[in-house]
Design a protein around this ligand. Structure first.
Ligand SMILES: *Cc1c(COP(=O)(O)O)cnc(C)c1O
Length: 379
């Protein structure tokens, strides 16, 4: 049988046409026409003040850490259940990631745990909207705003996702997006920084452009550009931006296909899940998720490996997800957890993600659902 993959990007004639245009234009570096158009799409879609395309979400997080001037002695509260990039961006500045546990229903950073981890050294909170389901934004902002602590939203999963009608990634001072192949829209490797606090925009442009004011020069605001600040090269090439713009223009079509798969799992796995004692992703009221992933929490650790193996024998790739960072090799050395993150650890050992991408056919979905519902739990 044909292998069903966990995720894959979807391509069309539009992606090929746009990339071809860049190749013949001879402008392959960053900040050309396609970067401008993709940035406009992002600003319009999310409603952010300003956006900058970056070479990855990891780099957008690093840019955030530079912008917030994080350094040794500073603490940044992060969830233990996340991709390492959320935390490495902090550790790279010599600041200390303070890892806290997540909420068992959303697997998002738990606001009570954040409150318990605040100290007079807390300089920021880096939160993740897991699966593009909003963190408790009201709770988090109520806690942070009076203390003047900025929120950075790692919104790698949440392009198109909303909380009470507002786009995720636009609530904090900064938000980050990813266009890695495994995300909803992709350009190979790529990302973006959403700059919601206008005061941060000019420095963000400089840091992204190797510490120079080249962007101002390109806009005709100054006659020569020079070194003005810290920086690195966080630009996306035009080749990638062209691919990305095509994906953006097909966003609604891609999202419709993804939502059809997600909705089928939601409805058709209900009975099996209840009988098997399997908890499933259940987006909170007020949150419009982007069908980025579909997770299930198996009743035992053995059922995680058991279900993944059962599906693999039927040529279907399912997967576990993040390994709790407080227990990781680097987490023990470079981060600090005030308390053990038990929910994160349990999710590391029991969570299974089902295939979710825009090219899954009805027949594929039938095959996946039949395979899942034929699995018998260990206990
Ligand atoms: C994918 C991902 C990243 C990293 O994105 P890149 O674009 O590959 O750097 C960071 N955080 C989360 C939550 C992710 O899922």
């Amino acid at each position: 049988m044909e292998l069903i993959r966990l995720s894959q990007p979807q391509t069309s004639a539009l992606e090929r046409a746009y990339v071809d245009r860049v190749l013949t234009s001879m402008v392959w570096h960053g900040d050309g026409e396609f970067t401008e158009r993709a940035t406009d799409w992002l600003v319009r879609r999310t409603g952010t003040h300003g956006a900058l395309l970056t070479s990855s979400c990891t780099h957008a997080l690093e840019l955030s850490a530079l912008l917030l001037e994080l350094g040794p002695g500073d603490e940044v509260i992060c969830p233990s259940f996340t991709f390492p990039s959320t935390v490495t961006a902090v550790a790279l500045r010599g600041a200390t990631p303070v890892l806290v546990d997540v909420d068992p229903h959303t697997l998002n950073i738990d606001v009570e745990q954040v409150a318990g981890a605040l100290t007079d050294r807390t300089r920021a909170v880096f939160a993740v909207h897991y699966g593009g389901v909003a963190v408790d934004i009201d709770g988090l902002l109520d806690l942070l705003e009076p203390r003047g602590i900025p929120l950075v939203e790692d919104n790698a999963h949440g392009i198109g996702a909303l909380w009470k009608g507002q786009h995720l990634g636009t609530f904090g001072a900064l938000g980050t997006q990813s266009w890695h192949d495994t995300k909803n829209i992709a350009c190979g490797e790529g990302g973006a920084l959403l700059v919601n606090d206008p005061a941060l925009m000019q420095r963000a442009e400089v840091i992204r452009e190797k510490g120079t004011n080249r962007r101002q020069f390109l806009r005709g605001e100054i006659d020569k550009y020079t070194w003005t600040d810290h920086g690195s090269s966080y630009l996306l090439s035009e080749i990638s931006a062209a691919l990305l713009l095509a994906q953006m223009e097909r966003f609604d079509e891609i999202q419709d296909a993804r939502h059809r798969v997600w909705d089928a799992y939601d409805v058709r796995l209900l009975e099996w899940a209840e009988n098997a004692g399997v908890e499933r992703m259940n987006p909170t009221l007020g949150s419009e998720h982007p069908a980025h992933l579909y997770w299930m929490m198996m009743p035992t650790d053995d059922d995680q490996a058991g279900l993944i193996r059962h599906l693999r024998e039927r040529d279907i790739v399912a997967a576990f997800h993040y390994q709790a960072l407080d227990e990781s090799v680097a987490g023990r050395r470079l981060a600090y957890a005030p308390r053990p993150c038990e929910v994160s650890l349990r999710a590391s050992r029991r969570l299974v993600r089902l295939p979710l991408h825009a090219d899954l056919t009805r027949a594929d979905v039938d095959r996946i659902i039949a395979a899942v519902t034929s699995y018998r739990t260990v206990s």
